[in-house]
Structures are given as structure tokens and as C-alpha cells.
Design a protein around this ligand. Structure first.
Ligand SMILES: Cc1cc2nc3c(=O)[nH]c(=O)nc-3n(C[C@H](O)[C@H](O)[C@H](O)COP(=O)(O)OP(=O)(O)OC[C@H]3O[C@@H](n4cnc5c(N)ncnc54)[C@H](O)[C@@H]3O)c2cc1C
Length: 235
């Protein structure tokens, strides 16, 4: 049986980044297991496919929450990606980072490394922002961030202008200095194609000899022998 230094369960946002990072130095053998299949589908690559994958059993776990008494016992629909890229392959591509104060709260609660000033360099590192590098953004990273303000429906402008009439400030950038305002999202899209964790992080790493990816591999349990995981997922 093949041996690996690391087995990652789930090729979603986290798993794809981890697979890339752990194989970058070439010193470790990594196995990435994904319950879903390939992301080579126009429904995933083309942004409008969001409407299709939102409830498609091939790409989506399509969870249902328990009946909620506060919703007259209705069950909420909880989509989650089941495909290379995970939920980043089926999400709405909106690029909005957490608020600086939230990160600072986490740091203050006793989590070293989570202050806004400490995480911002990593946000910048992942970005290839269409506006280029500045105080809040990075350029040349794996995730392309697009400004689609020139292409939105005129109603969007009407809405934001109306917000202004209600004294809600307008912002050009929810990821900049002024985020408590009305404005237009930036999207993780490049030339009309979705940027997922699979396209940004996994695909470049697939060239490496020390990474193996298995799709349709649903891990159901992990067995340990002498402190080492010893069996793979059932296929
Ligand atoms: C419909 C939708 C719209 C969204 N819109 C946005 C948005 O516009 N902007 C934004 O920032 N965020 C959005 N999100 C949220 C964002 O995509 C997720 O928070 C993020 O992708 C989660 O990353 P993750 O690594 O935690 O999990 P996921 O990306 O969901 O990855 C988990 C992966 O693990 C696999 N897996 C799970 N269990 C097993 C197992 N036992 N064995 C093998 N594989 C397994 C799954 O199939 C999946 O591929 C959206 C999410 C959804 C579902």
C-alpha cells in the first residue's frame, strides 16, 4: 500500500490550499481525498452556472437543516460543494473579507496570529487584484479578484444612489478602509471564468510528483496503528 506523509480529507477551499502548501517544498508525499468528482463542467467554470450547481446532486451535498421552530418548523436548505474545489466551486464568487475588528476580537480572545495586522499580509498574498497592490490588496497571487462595476445592471446603481439619499455612505471597496457602506462586490472571476480553490491552488500543484488526488473517495473513518493513520478511504 502506498504511504503518504499527509492525507487531506476534502479538496475544498482549505484542502486545496493545504495540498498546495504541503507539496511546495517537494519533501512530503500528500494524498488528497475528495468525495465528489471533477470540476471540469461549464456549470462550475462559467459564473451563471451557480444557478444550476446550487441544487445539483453531482456537485452539491444538498444538506437540509433540522426543522426550525423559529421558521414554523421548516427545514432550511444548506448547499455545500461536493467536487474538486468544494464550496469554492459552487459559491457566489463574492470577495469580501472579514471585518478587521472581528479578527482583532479573536486575537484579544487569546488567539495569537489572528489580529487584523497579522492576517492582512496573507490576504494580500493570495490576491491578484485587478487594481494592483496597495495598502489593502495584493497583486500576483493565485486568486484573481475582479472589479465588475462596469458590467452590472443599471438597477444596482439606482439602489446605491438611493442608499446615498438615505445617508448610507458609498464605498468603492468593501475590503478597504470604508466597509460599512453601500457599494458593489468584487468577484473571484477571471476573464468570465470562476476562480475556485481548485483552479487557483490545486491545479498548479498537480504537476508535482509528490501530490496524489483521488476523487469519488469518501473517507468514512480513519484507522490508526501505533499512532499512524493506516487505512485509506473506501472508494
Ligand atoms: C451556495 C454557496 C454560495 C457561497 N457564496 C459565497 C460567496 O459568494 N463568497 C464567499 O466568500 N463565500 C461563499 N460561500 C462560502 C464559501 O464557499 C465556503 O465558506 C468555503 O468554500 C468553505 O471552505 P471549506 O474548505 O471549509 O469547505 P468546502 O469548500 O465546502 O470543502 C469541503 C470539501 O470536503 C469534501 N468532503 C467532505 N467530507 C468528506 C469526506 N468524508 N471524504 C472526502 N471528502 C469530503 C467535500 O465534498 C468538499 O469538497 C458560499 C457557499 C455556498 C455553498
Amino acid at each position: 500500500m502506498a504511504e503518504y506523509d499527509y492525507v487531506i480529507v476534502g479538496a475544498g477551499s482549505a484542502g486545496c490550499v493545504l495540498a498546495n502548501r504541503l507539496t511546495a517544498a517537494g519533501r512530503h508525499r500528500v494524498l488528497l481525498l475528495e468525495a465528489g468528482g471533477s470540476d471540469r463542467s461549464p456549470w462550475i467554470q462559467v459564473p451563471i452556472g451557480y444557478g444550476r450547481t446550487f441544487a445539483h446532486p453531482r456537485y452539491n451535498w444538498m444538506y437540509e437543516a433540522e426543522p426550525d421552530p423559529t421558521l414554523a418548523n421548516r427545514r432550511a436548505y444548506w448547499p455545500r460543494g461536493k467536487v474538486l474545489g468544494g464550496s469554492s466551486a459552487i459559491n457566489a464568487m463574492v470577495y469580501v473579507r472579514g471585518q478587521p475588528a472581528d479578527f482583532d476580537d479573536w486575537r484579544a480572545a487569546g488567539n495569537p496570529g489572528w489580529a487584523w495586522s497579522e492576517v492582512l499580509p496573507y490576504f494580500k498574498k493570495l490576491e491578484d487584484h485587478v487594481w494592483g497592490a496597495d495598502e489593502f490588496h495584493g497583486a500576483g497571487g493565485p486568486v484573481h479578484v475582479a472589479d465588475v462595476s462596469a458590467q452590472v445592471h443599471p438597477l444596482c446603481e439606482t439602489f446605491i444612489t438611493t442608499c446615498g439619499n438615505l445617508r448610507i455612505r458609498r464605498t468603492r471597496d468593501f475590503n478597504g478602509a470604508d466597509f460599512e457602506a453601500a457599494g458593489l462586490w468584487q468577484l473571484t472571476v477571471r476573464n468570465g471564468i470562476r476562480v475556485s480553490a481548485a483552479s487557483a491552488y490545486l491545479r498548479p500543484a498537480l504537476r508535482r510528483h509528490n501530490l496524489e488526488v483521488q476523487t469519488h473517495a469518501h473517507a468514512t473513518r480513519v484507522l490508526f496503528e501505533a499512532g499512524t493513520a493506516s487505512r485509506r478511504a473506501q472508494r
